[in-house]
Design a protein around this ligand. Structure first.
Ligand SMILES: [Zn+2]
Length: 371
């Protein structure tokens, strides 16, 4: 799988960095260790310690193949000038967080296909190796492994390739399908159609899961959520595409001064809908007081404490001509409550996430009326 790095910071929490490949950090998620422990236990109950080690060793080999799969996406994306923030290993597979997806559908197809292609290449190499030397005894080298492990690895690599080629988000096949459709229609319709196919696939998985294998139910849920999320984020992207911050900037807002007491912020909060305030000194923005800062100050020092002691001094700025989709992404990632909007270097207003979401809802309603 691969994804654009939305909130890449959250995907790395609960994960340990295990190394670096081609300059990309590789992380293992905590739940992956749970999977190893569980497998060790299941195999161990069957055949003691040797079986447990065998099971864990096999899974590690398999996940080595998953890392190579993700590296396939990452290195192909790099050829098109797109960087990869990290690769995270989860129990359900790996995720390469690309900074963005290529806009050119042909490039997107190549990036998406590169992962499964790696698994097919591994399977082919194993097949050649096994046909030359059919019996491999890793146990002779001191590794407690029964024969047949490479055969299993071959089969599972083929399975990985096929599974990822299913034409459903968030699988690679879903991206290929979307890109193929995008060659003929606009990107939003292509995404919507691909998401619909993904949801139908999810329903089918769920149905099969009820009667055959419960794991399929889990996959069905995973595919359904992936399809809905992809369609939603593409829709928002297209609504904002072509607009600049100028259409969303808030020009009527309250400000504070560093010497104002916190009770002034309380007054302003209660008499307006504003929750976060830019702090100005001699016409210059010197900080931002968010609602959390205000509450913290009230708890620690009370209403007489100066705004300057509790405001955040690091101020994020955005130019009024910045594309709106880019502004949305920044607001989702910065961990800040508002951006100070500047025009020709001077403060022109503020923008926050609530305000942008309101604009998106309005744009969506207008578009539905036009359709
Ligand atoms: Zn993939």
């Amino acid at each position: 799988m691969n994804q654009t790095a939305s909130r890449s910071d959250t995907s790395v929490t609960w994960s340990w960095r295990v190394g670096q490949l081609a300059g990309i950090d590789v992380y293992v998620h905590a739940t992956f260790l749970l999977l190893l422990a569980w497998l060790g236990l299941v195999y161990g109950q069957k055949g003691g310690l040797p079986a447990a080690l065998h099971g864990i060793f096999f899974i590690l080999l398999l996940f080595g193949c998953v890392v190579l799969h993700e590296l396939g996406h990452a290195l192909t994306a790099r050829r098109f000038g797109i960087r990869t923030r990290n690769i995270v290993l989860l129990p359900i597979g790996g995720v390469a967080s690309l900074e963005r997806m290529p806009d050119d559908p042909k490039q997107e197809i190549l990036v998406a296909l590169a992962g499964p292609a790696v698994n097919i290449a591994i399977a082919a190499l194993l097949w050649v190796f096994l046909s030359v030397q059919p019996v491999v005894r890793l146990s002779d080298a001191g590794i407690p492994v029964e024969g047949g492990i490479l055969q299993n690895l071959l089969v599972l690599n083929l399975f990985l390739a096929l599974f990822n080629l299913l034409p459903a988000f968030p699988m690679d096949g879903g991206r290929v399908l979307r890109a193929l459709l995008a060659l003929r229609m606009d990107r939003v319709r292509a995404t919507r159609t691909a998401a619909l196919v993904g949801q139908m696939a999810a329903l089918w998985f769920g149905f099969m899961g009820l009667f055959h294998n419960p794991i399929l139910l889990f996959i069905a849920l995973f595919v359904w959520i992936g399809a809905v999320a992809e369609a939603g984020s593409e829709e928002i992207r297209s609504l904002l595409h072509g607009s600049t911050l100028r259409t969303a900037v808030i020009t009527h807002f309250e400000t504070l001064a560093p010497n104002d007491p916190l009770e002034r912020a309380v007054e302003l909060t209660l008499e307006s809908t504003q929750k976060d305030f830019p702090v100005l000194e001699a016409g210059e923005v010197v900080g931002v007081l968010t609602q959390e800062d205000l509450l913290r100050g009230l708890k620690e020092e009370g209403p007489r404490a100066p705004v300057g002691s509790y405001m955040q001094r690091e101020v994020q700025r955005a130019d009024i001509d910045e594309p709106l989709d880019q502004v949305l992404e920044r607001l989702q990632h910065c961990g800040c409550r508002l951006l100070v909007v500047t025009e020709a270097g001077r403060m022109a207003g503020i923008v926050n996430l609530d305000n942008l979401m309101e604009l998106i809802r309005i744009e969506a309603a207008l578009k539905q009326r036009a359709a």
